[in-house]
Ligand binder design. Structure first.
Ligand SMILES: Cc1cc2nc3c(=O)[nH]c(=O)nc-3n(C[C@H](O)[C@H](O)[C@H](O)COP(=O)(O)O)c2cc1C
Length: 305
């Protein structure tokens, strides 16, 4: 479960945040929320609105395309931030965020990467920045402290990739990441239940099991998440597909979820409220805890009965 940003580090291009060691440069920010204008692989806008100062909604801004020189400077900036996260903030490791439509994914995805330089075009070119960033961070803090989150397919950032693109990306990155002995790769899938429905899609955009497929081509430690229940998570682990399973939505309304799982509670015994988007955010900071962090905690032994 994510804890909110512990530390904000400035970079010349945009902002780099470490969230529980998770590092991202966001492309879905807005100068309207007080930061610099967002930057991206290409100036591809994102449909939708976000809350800005004063609790009102505004359209997302079209990001500025980074120059080749700016992109070439990014790996060192990520490495600087990773070093600060480990040395200054005391984190055990960093997770590079290559999902959610953020900067690294904007290079991976065809829709948001329309570049003609060495960072655009072929799958190798679109993956170049991610691999350069991983290598720079691993060289600085150690591969064992470096991990990456991939989220091909659906994101909540107006990005829905077709199945062929998802497969192409996984097929390229599986062997590449296998060579790098990272702490883990987190493969996050929003391509199945309940996420495609939240995106108002009639059916999933991917028909194959991304977790099983990636396991067959990635030899390192694999964390999976996205729409998993306790039983499905346990099954993936027992079948050797996943080494680790992480949970988001279910955790929100079950703060002691590890204890509940250890006591034998199954998905049906958990409070499902964390999957209700009405409970996710508040535009009133004073009301943030309501239906978010104030759910009653179940006693494990009683819940297991
Ligand atoms: C309310 C909520 C907010 C989230 N916010 C972010 C976010 O800001 N950035 C991000 O990368 N993932 C975010 N996630 C996704 C989680 O990091 C994680 O990938 C996902 O929740 C796992 O799937 P699950 O919720 O189906 O278990 C969020 C998830 C939820 C439920």
């Amino acid at each position: 479960m994510m804890l909110r940003a512990q530390m904000m580090l400035r970079s010349p291009c945009s902002r780099v945040a470490t969230t529980c060691g998770r590092m991202r440069v966001t492309t879905v920010a807005s100068s309207l929320v007080g930061d610099k204008p967002p930057v991206s692989a290409s100036p591809v806008g994102m449909a939708g609105t976000l809350y800005v100062k004063g609790g009102v909604k505004a359209e997302y801004e079209v990001p500025r395309e980074l120059t080749t020189a700016e992109v070439e400077a990014l790996p060192a900036l990520f490495a600087d931030s990773a070093e600060k996260a480990i040395k200054a903030a005391g984190f055990d490791g960093v997770e590079l965020h290559a999902g959610n439509g953020y900067l690294l994914q904007s290079f991976l995805a065809k829709k948001t990467n329309q570049r003609a330089d060495k960072y655009g075009g072929s799958i190798a070119n679109r993956s170049r920045l991610l691999l350069e960033v991983i290598d720079a961070v691993a060289a600085r803090v150690g591969a064992g402290r470096t991990s990456v989150k991939l989220q091909p397919g659906i994101t909540f950032s107006d990005l829905v990739e077709p199945e062929a693109d998802v497969r192409e990306l996984l097929d390229y990155l599986g062997p590449e990441l296998s060579k790098r002995n990272l702490a883990y790769v987190c493969l996050s899938s929003l391509n199945g239940e309940p996420y495609f429905r939240l995106m108002q899609m009639p059916a999933p955009n991917v028909s194959f099991d991304v977790f099983r497929h990636f396991r067959s081509i990635f030899s390192g430690t694999l964390m999976i998440n996205g729409g998993l229940g306790i039983e499905t998570g346990e099954q993936y682990v027992s079948e050797g597909v996943a080494d680790l399973v992480s949970y988001g939505g279910l955790f929100i309304a079950n703060a002691n979820m590890p204890a509940l799982v250890a006591a034998g509670v199954k998905t049906g015994g958990l409070n499902p409220a964390g999957y209700d988007p009405r409970n996710w955010y508040s535009k009133d900071p004073a009301g943030d805890a309501k239906n978010y962090t104030d759910w009653p905690v179940q006693e494990p032994a009683a819940a297991a009965k």
